[in-house]
Design a protein around this ligand. Sequence first.
Ligand code: MN
Length: 159
Amino acid sequence: MAEDNGNGGGVAAPPLRRQAGDFAWEGVERRPYKETDAALFKGISRQILFSEANLAGELRYFEIEPGGFSTLERHAHVHGVMVIRGAGRCLVGTEVREIAPFDLVTIPPWTWHQFRTGASEPLGFLCLVDAARDRPVLPTEDELSELKAVPAVAAFLEG
Ligand code: MN
């Protein structure tokens, strides 16, 4: 079930890594959102803030450029999300919500989710996950049709 997630985790970080610019930190690389380009997404970067051999979780910072979005996906593992920059919207199951700094979003197991920005501001959020976790699954055509049967969800997915 759990797989190497390709994050290169397990290397002990020094006790203090300082903030190095806006939403940047010493020793933290700005990486592609995903290691694979099989999934649909746009304008999103990933920074791994905490990933240690003796830590059961990982904390990442994702930032989505204006007009961008994360992958529409679901999986067994849970996400604990805190928005820390800008504004946007999220889909959790069939619920679409506006999100703003310091809002907390919980994505339960096997729940469809996606994050989107508006046209003018980036959206930045911290995301807590299990270090050992399953791979995301993308919707089938049938599942996508089912989601789009909810008008608010259809409007959200069209941006
Ligand atoms: Mn996810």
